[in-house]
Design a protein around this ligand. Structure first.
Ligand code: SF4
Ligand code: ZN
Length: 308
C-alpha cells in the first residue's frame, strides 16, 4: 500500500487511524500538528521569551528544532535552552546538545543538582529510601521554575508527547490524585500565578513513535540511551500497561487523551481555589509551608550515606 496522499512508499503507519504516510508527507503532518497545537491552545504569544527544557533526548530535540524554526520566522519570539544535569553516571551526557546549540547560535544554560543542591542524584540514591525518579522529578521541577524566573522567561517548553501525557493521566488516576491531573494539558497550571512559569507542550498530540520517526529522519544528534533508574519506576509499569492495551486495542492512547481534554476544563474549575503558598525557605510556590524540594534536601542532609 502507498502513502495516503501520493504514490510513494510509506515509512510510517499512524497508530490511531491506520493511515500510511511517506517521508515528506509525514514531515508535513508532524509539523502541521505541532504548530496547530500551538495555535489552537494559545501556547505561544508574540514577545514570549521561551525556555526550552532540553535533555539531549529525542523529544526535547524535536521541540527545540520546531521552536527555533518558529523563532526564526517570528522575530519577536525569543528562545533560550535550559538543561539540567542531575548527576546520573553513564547516562546524562549533554555534549551533543552543547555542540548543536553552538552550531545553531542558541543560548544554552546548564544547571546541575551538584551545584544547585550540593548533591548529585547518584548520591541522593544512596542516602534516602525514595525512588530516584520521585527525587529527580521534585528537584528538576523546582530548579526549572526558579531558573526560568531568573532568566526572565515567561514559558517553558517541554518535549512531553502523547504517550507521556497518557501515562501521567493514568498514573494520577491510579493514585487518586485528580488535583495533579488538573495541572496537566497542553499548557500547565490551574490558574495564572506569576510565581509559576507555565509549561507548554507542542508535541502533546504526537505519539512517541511519531516523535522518534521525526527525529530519525532529521538526523538530530540524539542520545537514545535509557536512564538506568527508569526500569523499576511507576511510570515504566504504567507505560507497559498502556502499550499492552494499545497493542490489543488500537487507539487506546488517543482515546485517553481526547477524553481527558474534554474533562480538563471541569477539573481546572474544580481545583481553581486551591491555595498556593510560598516556601518559607526558598520562596518557590507550593501547597504547604515548605516546598517538596526543600523538604527533600533537608531530609537528605540529615542522613548519613548508606553503606552499600
Ligand atoms: Fe530522573 Fe527517573 Fe527520568 Fe532518570 S528516569 S532522568 S531518574 S525521572
Ligand atoms: Zn523551598
Amino acid at each position: 500500500m502507498s502513502c495516503k496522499n501520493c504514490e510513494i512508499k510509506p515509512i510510517i503507519e499512524l497508530t490511531n487511524n491506520n493511515i500510511k504516510l511517506c517521508k515528506s508527507c509525514f514531515l508535513k503532518y508532524f509539523e502541521r500538528k505541532a504548530f496547530r497545537t500551538i495555535s489552537k491552545y494559545n501556547l505561544i504569544d508574540d514577545k514570549d521569551v521561551i525556555g526550552i527544557a532540553a535533555s539531549g533526548g529525542k523529544d526535547s530535540f524535536a521541540v527545540l528544532y520546531l521552536l527555533n524554526k518558529l523563532a526564526n520566522k517570528k522575530k519577536d519570539i525569543k528562545i533560550k535552552i535550559i538543561a539540567i544535569d542531575e548527576g546520573i553516571k553513564n547516562y546524562r551526557n549533554l555534549d551533543h546538545l552543547k555542540n548543536y546549540c553552538k552550531e545553531n547560535n542558541l543560548e544554552l544554560y546548564i544547571y546541575s543538582f551538584e551545584e544547585e543542591f550540593g548533591i548529585s542524584l547518584d548520591e541522593i540514591k544512596n542516602k534516602i529510601n525514595l525512588k530516584p525518579c520521585s527525587a529527580c522529578g521534585v528537584l528538576r521541577r523546582s530548579l526549572l521554575n526558579s531558573k526560568a524566573r531568573e532568566l526572565n522567561l515567561n514559558k517553558i517548553a517541554t518535549g512531553h508527547n502523547l504517550d507521556d501525557e497518557a501515562q501521567s493521566i493514568i498514573m494520577n488516576l491510579f493514585r487518586g490524585n485528580l488535583e495533579r491531573s488538573a495541572r496537566l494539558g497542553p499548557i500547565t497550571g490551574i490558574k495564572k500565578d506569576k510565581r509559576f512559569i507555565p509549561r507548554i507542550k507542542p508535541l502533546y498530540f504526537l505519539t512517541e513513535k511519531e516523535v522518534a520517526t521525526y527525529v530519525f529522519i532529521n538526523k538530530f544528534p540524539v542520545d537514545f540511551c535509557e536512564c538506568p533508574n527508569s526500569s523499576g519506576s511507576y511510570r515504566t509499569q504504567v507505560r507497559k500497561t498502556i502499550n499492552d492495551f494499545e497493542e490489543k486495542q488500537k487507539g487506546t492512547k488517543h482515546a485517553i487523551i481526547s477524553s481527558f481534554i474534554e474533562e480538563l476544563p471541569l477539573l481546572k474549575e474544580k481545583f481553581k481555589d486551591v491555595e498556593i503558598k510560598s516556601c518559607e525557605k526558598c520562596g518557590e510556590p507550593c501547597s504547604s509551608n515548605i516546598c517538596k524540594a526543600c523538604e527533600l534536601i533537608e531530609d537528605i542532609k540529615s542522613k548519613p550515606l548508606n553503606k552499600i
